[in-house]
Design a protein around this ligand. Sequence first.
Ligand SMILES: NC(=O)c1ccc[n+]([C@@H]2O[C@H](COP(=O)([O-])OP(=O)(O)OC[C@H]3O[C@@H](n4cnc5c(N)ncnc54)[C@H](OP(=O)(O)O)[C@@H]3O)[C@@H](O)[C@H]2O)c1
Length: 237
Amino acid sequence: MAYDTIVLITGAKTGIGKAIRDGPDSSPAKSLTSLPTGDGSKVIVVKYDASSSTAAIELEKDLRDNTEITHLDIVIANAGILKAFGPAKDVKFEELQEHLLVNTIAPILLYQRTAPLLEQSKQEPRFFIISSTLGSNTLMDDYPLSLIAYGMSKAAVNFAAGRIHREEERIAVIPVQPGWVQTAMGEKAAVFAGMEPKDVPVTLEDSVSGLLSVFDSATKKLHSGRFWDQAGKEVPW
Ligand SMILES: NC(=O)c1ccc[n+]([C@@H]2O[C@H](COP(=O)([O-])OP(=O)(O)OC[C@H]3O[C@@H](n4cnc5c(N)ncnc54)[C@H](OP(=O)(O)O)[C@@H]3O)[C@@H](O)[C@H]2O)c1
């Protein structure tokens, strides 16, 4: 296969994942199977349900059995949910469980199954996790939103990134905050915060062009095991 860089993105159907996949200038109206692609680039769609304990196993099998892919250069664990709003006293067992499953456990399982393919990369392999400053303990007073299930799931996945970074010699493992972005999720958070959806501060285009430059420039030595935002600024845990 002649493609220089092979990137796997989860949750690429809508929102930030779709915009990363298509590039900042893409038309959101295109369907998954009729995507615009640049010269020398190709899109392969594979099934992935982050809430399933076998999703990453099936994804790896699908890549190996049904595609020509024998390595990956970049993995972006982007799929995520924000579904539970309100104070800790009201959060339900199922809400905590689902956020931890999709936002924390799924990226760890995805890492486990994609690491052997990343190890085959001829570049410096990179595993990014789209995280959130709502999972930062240091910044908790800056974002006074009662989103315990979401916040703790992102704090936990940040910890996982730090842990995995220390266990991996070659693979860079990097959590990234995309900004407060104009997506379905960003707008839902705005309504919960008492804002208008149109007042969500970061456009999808700005978020994604920032993320793409973070993805391009990130290295194991300088960025891995640390938390960054879409402007390339380090975020405290
Ligand atoms: N928007 C923001 O302001 C913001 C801020 C900080 C961090 N983030 C993070 O950025 C990432 C993308 O969010 P977004 O704003 O693009 O949200 P979004 O518009 O709600 O899109 C979320 C994406 O994740 C996918 N997804 C959800 N559950 C899934 C599952 N069980 N299995 C596979 N895919 C699943 C969705 O697919 P379906 O449509 O098929 O469900 C969708 O493609 C998330 O991890 C989010 O936590 C967003």
